[in-house]
Design a protein around this ligand. Structure first.
Ligand code: ZN
Length: 567
């Protein structure tokens, strides 16, 4: 199969034309309606799958080429045409999904393709109705306003101008006053625009609640869960998980902060000190992206034959874009071209340890989607969001034994920081999730009440955090800097659920590395054919919703983090 994958520069799909697509869909609807047997419908489904692979590949290429050169007017225009076309495409697809959901051959189709696709299509059908089209447009305008407001930040510091992303580099500056001053600048921007941040969020909560009511939900929580495809767990499960994090992880996080305070020689660890773990600063990789690819190639060659073959293919077909360039968009992600069965990794290396993590993380996503290419439906190429991150985050741990290739003598320190940072993330992650439940269960709360909700979350999950004299955050405004809360409601617990699975892979790999790795590779092949809990348990992991799931991991982590015995 890999021989058939062309070089990236040769990948091209003609832009779809709405009229032609509508005609193709109409033919598919008709063929489904007229099907005389389950097999007839299976044939139609397979034709639809080919059509979707082509459209998806066009979409992925169009977005990617725009991100690679945001100043190219042709790429930009193509991207705009795509944005206009996509709600119409969604509509065409939902109509077809509804036919499959109501098919007289549904049980045969489920036997052939599995139930997960039907569960996903049901969620699509529940969350979309022409009655909410205007609300959807309003929602996306509001999230665009939030993005614009954030991007308008011009923070002057020592004669240079920074935005909210670039100022973040000072969070790990060894000079404490630099960390403090830049934190003040950051949060002063939020304080100066507090009314607008409040107003945008207030309107988002209102429009989302309105959509929920129109679609027959009590409030936005249920709609939010459906939009995130929470298939085999519910609010009660998530609540149990948050309590486990509070009970098991918060004490370790407090011990880690105390360790950090001592390492930095401070009387009190303040919010602006949290980004620097020890006075030596963060470990740095020993070379540029070309060097990193060489190291990664050595690593994958030793790690696993399938990962080795895959990484070789990614390099040969030019499917890695790692360097910063003028007009290239920021960030790092993995995308896929299902027509070719090939993924693509996009990143912006900046010379920090983050480069190693990004490359490994995105390789996890890429290897998963590549491994899932034999799945019978497009819907199974990627799992739902919380499951997607299992593959990326777990590979970060499964490559731990090779970190000497990147960091030399600093590798042990890198591993310790990485493990510690991820444990420290869990309480924050569940705070973001719990907060959103409070917000959408109380849609009439005022902005001041929402700030109180957030302060309750901080008292519970981040009890040692001290904002000192930082503006805005001292009044419960920190969440306004977390873009997921505005842009993708309830998309956050996903990182903590996946991390809980990845940490289990880490703990298991310390016991029997080969076995853990083999189960990881097999999990990647299952793609999105199962919902989250089923995928986790299929890989020999415990569901994060089970009480006690995090205890074994934390017990193993304590000595690895050089923490004293449990109190
Ligand atoms: Zn990811």
């Amino acid at each position: 199969m890999s021989e058939a994958i062309p070089n990236f520069s040769e990948m091209h799909v003609d832009e779809p034309v709405l009229d032609e697509l509508t005609e193709q869909y109409n033919e598919l609807y008709l063929a489904l309606d007229n099907a005389g047997s389950a097999q007839d419908q299976i044939d139609v489904l397979q034709r639809w799958d080919q059509l979707r692979r082509r459209i998806d590949t066009w979409g992925a290429l169009t977005s990617l080429r725009f991100y690679q050169d945001t100043a190219d007017p042709e790429c930009k225009a193509a991207r705009e045409r795509m944005d206009e076309l996509s709600p119409k495409l969604q509509n065409l697809a939902v109509e077809l999904k509804k036919r499959l959901l109501n098919s007289p051959y549904r049980s045969e189709l489920e036997a052939r393709f599995g139930q997960q696709a039907f569960a996903i299509w049901e969620a699509d059908a529940r969350t979309f109705d022409p009655a909410i089209e205007e609300d959807l447009v309003e929602e996306s305008k509001l999230t665009a306003r939030y993005t614009e407001l954030r991007s308008s930040a011009k923070l002057e510091y020592k004669g240079e101008t920074y935005n909210l992303s670039s100022i973040a580099r000072f969070a790990s500056d060894p000079d404490r006053s630099v960390r403090h001053e830049t934190s003040q600048l950051r949060w002063q921007f939020f304080k100066d625009h507090a009314d607008e941040f409040d107003e945008i969020y207030d309107q988002l909560v209102k429009v989302r609640t309105r959509m929920a009511h129109k679609l027959g939900y009590d409030n936005y929580v249920g709609l939010g869960y459906d939009r995130m495809y929470r298939i085999d767990y519910d609010q009660g499960d998530v609540d149990t998980f948050r309590k486990e994090v509070e009970r098991v992880v918060v004490p370790v996080a407090r011990a880690l902060r105390e360790q950090q305070r001592r390492a930095l020689g401070l009387d009190k660890l303040m919010a602006w000190d949290e980004g620097i773990r020890d006075p030596e600063g963060n470990p740095k990789p020993g070379g540029d992206s070309t060097w990193m690819k060489e190291q990664a190639a050595k690593m994958y060659a030793e790690l696993h034959p399938e990962l080795d073959g895959f990484f070789t293919l990614m390099r040969k077909r030019d499917l890695l874009d790692l360097d910063v360039r003028e007009n290239k968009a920021g960030g790092g992600f993995c995308t896929g071209f299902p027509l070719y069965g090939a993924p693509y990794i996009f990143a912006n290396f900046n010379g920090t340890k983050h480069d190693v993590t990004v490359l490994t993380h995105e390789m996890g996503h890429a290897f998963q989607v590549y491994s899932s290419d034999d799945q019978p439906l497009m819907d199974y190429l990627w799992p739902t969001m919380e499951s997607c991150e299992i593959h990326s985050m777990s590979l970060e741990y499964l490559t731990f034994p090779w970190m000497e290739l990147f960091f030399g003598d600093d590798a042990a320190r890198f591993r310790r920081h990485h493990l510690g940072d991820n444990l420290l993330f869990l309480p924050y992650g569940v705070a973001v999730d719990h907060f959103q439940h409070l917000v959408y269960e109380n849609p009439d709360a005022t902005p001041a009440e929402r700030r109180q909700f957030w302060q309750q979350m901080e008292a519970r999950y981040l009890p040692d955090r001290d904002y000192g004299d930082l503006p805005h955050v001292d009044e419960g405004g920190l969440w306004q800097g977390q873009l997921h809360i505005y842009e993708v409601p309830f998309y956050y617990i996903d990182y903590t659920l996946a991390e809980s699975c990845a940490l289990q892979f880490w703990a298991q790999s310390e016991e029997d590395f080969a076995d853990a790795l083999e189960r990881y590779v097999e999990l990647c092949k299952r793609g999105g054919s199962l919902p989250f809990k089923a995928l986790a348990t299929s890989a020999g992991l415990r569901s994060p919703f089970e009480a006690g799931c995090l205890e074994a991991v934390v017990e193993r982590a304590r000595p690895a983090l050089l923490l004293e015995e449990s109190p």
